[in-house]
Ligand binder design. Sequence first.
Ligand SMILES: N[C@@H](CCC(=O)N[C@@H](CS)C(=O)NCC(=O)O)C(=O)O
Length: 231
Amino acid sequence: MTLVLCDLLGRDGYRFSPYVWRTKMALAHKGLAADIVGITLTDKSALSGWTDYRKAPVLKHGNTIVCDSWHIAVYLEENWPEAPALFPDRASLSFARFLNAWVVSDLYPLLLPLIARDVLDHVHSGDRARYRATREERFGRTLEQAQAQRESEAALFRSRLDPIREVVANSPFLCGDTPCYADYILFGLFQWARCTSAFPLLDHADPLYAWRREMLDLFAGLGREAPGYPC
Ligand SMILES: N[C@@H](CCC(=O)N[C@@H](CS)C(=O)NCC(=O)O)C(=O)O
């Protein structure tokens, strides 16, 4: 049965949704391929007839529609148990659940203003006005003002990574010697930045830099091959 993944389309070939990247990596981890359909911020018609949910990713598997990257990961694990595990044990499931919440509540809001103006240059042409209006309302300042502060504000983002830096300083991946879904959650965040911005987030000596390099190389360079910037 064919799998179809709904992605968020940027301009040209740019595909930067942090949540969709988690799912793309999870599909590759399971050895699964999916046809891609796309929505934009202003045109969600590709999801009509599937679901009333209006965000990407959404996965269609036969008549089953799975919304939200977390639910998709759990669905893949339950339906392809013989393929490499995304959650090798209960501890890795709990850890990924923690990371899922922590990235959204802490890391994403700190990273967004650092790259938001750069992201604008990569959204679908029809999305520019909406993207700017919604983000500027959230920030209470223009995208340009937000990004102008990034050299100083990046320090807070980098320091908030300390707990996870400690993990990858002692282990190749977040669950041990092989990647698991927790890695894909964190990778999605960095891939969003790499696909939209040349701003250097990590120093070369940072253990997270080496971890991200390994992540970019996985699955024949799935992440590295995507249009983006050297990092
Ligand atoms: N909790 C969701 C978040 C999905 C999400 O926010 N997707 C964004 C793309 S990065 C989206 O489709 N936004 C469309 C919109 O807000 O209109 C998940 O984990 O999948």
